[in-house]
Structures are given as structure tokens and as C-alpha cells.
Design a binder for this molecule. Structure first.
Ligand code: SF4
Length: 436
């Protein structure tokens, strides 16, 4: 069989790097995907769909679509960005670092607002890290060492399906030779999730009371007194969880949007980091955000190198400014400050409030995405591009900040551009119209 090995799955932030893809004899079609989870496999197979959109298309006011060339699409994109006083350039989390850096050059030339999907997921974690730093580690270190694993406000069984089998719960590591038998797992979640059903302890706290429970753990570590219940959890359960964590040789706390987007937001992460720091008085402990899109971490990195801030970057004054809450995408939409919207590698149509999506639909807009999404449905221009990690390679950052080079497996449909190629065309047009 015609097998490509060591393929990277560019779906979620786990960036599994052990996939095998069976190709047709001529190497043009993907026949089977091995080792991926269901969502990862679907990404590869979906790229082969017969009804895939392969040419850019414009939508008129009556919702009718007309095919246009990539040249026309690049001109339209450059024009709406150059004409706008404050264009939003949003997304970036499902593309390569190379494409991101070209996009940021465009943003700098047009004085845009550059923001990524962290704005509605782990942006609060980034703010907390800026406040207090973060004691973290790599997934490899966690796999080899961690014997106490906490999933706080996240459900990897559904959102990162191979995380538990590759890194956190089941694999045998250097110091964790008995796999899951060498680990104790605590899940903190108001819901009885599939991850919680696998845990040794499930702290089923009341919704939005994470800050109280994290504070209570800090009290319990010191052996001080707690009220009978905190966040709906009996104090005995909290003392037991604290003892379980303190008795470990290496604790890893994975946290998700259940903590970052519930009441308290970045303050929840501040105190989760304080819990991790406290634990280091008794054992070794680290904490890591469960990043969703496969390269949202890379977007923060590239923005960081280029402008000094990981999201919500305002370039409209000729210098980089950063003030989440003021310069974040959804806030800009709510305040009607934007006059053009450019989306690449994300789906605000599915994730933003409907009032904001309606505003995107009223503005000059472009969505660059291989898929048909709620965002492509409301934008004036849809530019389909090759799938990163399937039809073109490129650098991506795993959730633990490790850069991994994704691989090309098959050619894109004939004549289709990659997002980096399309952005380079747009940059050329922007330079012409700005005279730079
Ligand atoms: Fe892909 Fe994530 Fe599934 Fe791994 S866990 S195969 S990276 S979707």
C-alpha cells in the first residue's frame, strides 16, 4: 500500500504526530487515515469531498454567488482593507505560522486590528500569564512524569480525543511505567462529562464557582479550616483532593474554557497558577491550557514576535497597542467601530454572539477558509484555500508551545492556492494601493 507515515493531524491543539495515511496508487487521493481520532480523520477525508468549493466566489445582496478568480479576490480583499479606517483581521488559529506572518504584514500596512480565537477562549489565560507568569512543561514531560492529573473545566474525551491516550492518562512514560495505573486523575467540572466518568475523583462544583474552589484548595494545602461546603463541594472532598495532589511526585493541571470563560475569567487562571505554585512547596507541579484550534498557540507566538502581544493587537495608530476589552474583536463589533472584516482560519459566525455576526454580514467582508462555514455564508467574498497539514505543510505550535512542522500529504485541487500564496497576492495589491 502507498502509506505516508508520521503525518501531523492539524485539527486540535494536541497536534498528534503519528498518523499514517493510505493514498491511492497514483498518490492523488486519501483512501484511509490510521491512528487519528474521529474528528482528525474526518478532516483528512473531508478534504477529498466531491462538493468541495475550489474557486473564490462573491455573494451579491440577494445571496447569489458568482465565481471569481484569485486575482479578483485578492484585489477585492486589498481594496476593502485599504479603504477601511479600522479593518478587523481575525482568526489565524487554523493556519500555519508562515501564513500568519504574511497576514500580519498586511495588517501593519493597512493599520488593522489583529485578533485571534484566543479572544473567545484562552485570552484570559494569556492575560493571567502576563500578570503572574506560568510554571508549565511540555506534554512529553507530563507523560513521562505526571502521576497526578487534573482536568479543570475541560473535557478532552470530546474536545481533544487522543490527549488522554497519548499524553495525560494512559501512556506509559519513563517514570510512569504502569500507564494509567501509575496516575490518579481528578476532574473538576459542573457536568458529569465522559472525562469525569474516567476520573478517580470528580469535584462537581457549582457553575461559575471555580475561584472559590481554587482558593479552598490553597487553604486545604496548608491544613487550615474550611467551611462545610465550598462551591457546593463538601470540605472533606476538598481536603482529600488536596492530599491526593500533595502526595504526588508530579502534578499537571490541564484547564479549559470552563474556567477561562466562566465568572472570574483571568482571575480564575491567576489563582489556578497560584495553586500550582503552592503545590511546588510540596512536590513538582505544572499547569497547561488545553488550546483548541491546532495553531492558536502559534498565532500568539507569531503576534508576540512581531508586535509584542499575543492577541487583540491594534495597529490602527501605526504602533502596536494592546488592551483586551477595548481592542478585542467582539467588543469592536459591539461598539460598531469596524468598517471591514477579514477572517482567516476560524469561524466567528459559529462562535460570536448573533448580534455580532449580523454586523459582520453588513460590512465589506472576506472569509478565507477551505470549508463552508457560517462565516463564509455571511461574508461577501469566500476564498477557499488548500488545507494546511493535508495539502501544504507549515509550522504549527502544539498546546505546550512546541513547534511542529506539519506535512503535505496530497496536492490541492488543481489551481487552488494556499492561504500563504493568496495572502502574498493580497499583500502585493495592498502595497500598490498604499504605495509602500
Ligand atoms: Fe487530531 Fe486532536 Fe484527534 Fe489528535 S486528538 S488526532 S490532533 S483531532
Amino acid at each position: 500500500a502507498n502509506i505516508v507515515s508520521d503525518v501531523i493531524c492539524t485539527f486540535c491543539g494536541t497536534l498528534c504526530d503519528d498518523l499514517e495515511i493510505e493514498l491511492s496508487d497514483d498518490g492523488r487521493k486519501i483512501k484511509e487515515v490510521y491512528h487519528a481520532c474521529a474528528i482528525g480523520a474526518e478532516k483528512f477525508l473531508h478534504s477529498q469531498a466531491e462538493d468541495r468549493i475550489t474557486r473564490p466566489r462573491m455573494q451579491d445582496d440577494d445571496g447569489n454567488w458568482t465565481d471569481v478568480s484569485y486575482e479578483e479576490a485578492a484585489k477585492y480583499t486589498a481594496k476593502i482593507l485599504c479603504d477601511a479606517k479600522k479593518p478587523l483581521m481575525y482568526g489565524w488559529s487554523s493556519t500555519s505560522c508562515e501564513a500568519q506572518s504574511v497576514g500580519h504584514e498586511i495588517a501593519e500596512a493597512v493599520g488593522g486590528m489583529v485578533d485571534n480565537t484566543a479572544t473567545v477562549c484562552h485570552g484570559s489565560s494569556l492575560i493571567a500569564v502576563q500578570d503572574v507568569g506560568i510554571p508549565s512543561c511540555t506534554l512529553g514531560e507530563a507523560m513521562n512524569r505526571a502521576d497526578r492529573v487534573v482536568f479543570w473545566g475541560c473535557n478532552p474525551a470530546h474536545a481533544h480525543p487522543r490527549h488522554m491516550s497519548r499524553y495525560s492518562v494512559y501512556p506509559r512514560g519513563f517514570f510512569t511505567g504502569k500507564g494509567s495505573k501509575s496516575r490518579k486523575v481528578i476532574v473538576v467540572d459542573p457536568r458529569k462529562t465522559d472525562t469525569a466518568s474516567l476520573a478517580d475523583a470528580h469535584l462537581q462544583l457549582e457553575q461559575g464557582r471555580d475561584y472559590e474552589l481554587l482558593s479552598a484548595l490553597r487553604v486545604a494545602f496548608r491544613g487550615e479550616k474550611l467551611p462545610d461546603f465550598v462551591a457546593g463541594i463538601p470540605k472533606d472532598q476538598i481536603y482529600e483532593a488536596a492530599d491526593l495532589l500533595k502526595s504526588g511526585r508530579f502534578v499537571i493541571i490541564y484547564f479549559g474554557m470552563g474556567v477561562t470563560q466562566s465568572l472570574g475569567k483571568n482571575h480564575n487562571i491567576d489563582i489556578a497558577i497560584a495553586v500550582t505554585r503552592d503545590l511546588n512547596d510540596y512536590t513538582k507541579a505544572a499547569i497547561m491550557p488545553m488550546r483548541g484550534h491546532y495553531n492558536v498557540t502559534g498565532s500568539g507566538e507569531v503576534l508576540g514576535w512581531q508586535f509584542g502581544f499575543p492577541f487583540c493587537v491594534d495597529l490602527s495608530r501605526g504602533v502596536a497597542r494592546y488592551n483586551p476589552g477595548e481592542t478585542s474583536s467582539n467588543d469592536l463589533l459591539v461598539r460598531d467601530e469596524l468598517d471591514a472584516v477579514f477572517v482567516l482560519g476560524s469561524d466567528p459566525g459559529a462562535h460570536f454572539p448573533i448580534s455580532s455576526v449580523k454586523k459582520i454580514a453588513q460590512l465589506p467582508s472576506v472569509a478565507i477558509d477551505p470549508h463552508l462555514t457560517p462565516t463564509t455564508a455571511v461574508c461577501k467574498l469566500h476564498v477557499p484555500v488548500a488545507f494546511v497539514g493535508v495539502e501544504v505543510g507549515g509550522c504549527c505550535y502544539r498546546m505546550d508551545n512546541v513547534p511542529i512542522e506539519s506535512r503535505k500529504v496530497v496536492d490541492p485541487p488543481e489551481g487552488m492556492l494556499t492561504d500563504q500564496e493568496f495572502l502574498t497576492m493580497v499583500l502585493g495589491e495592498v502595497r500598490k494601493c498604499k504605495g509602500v
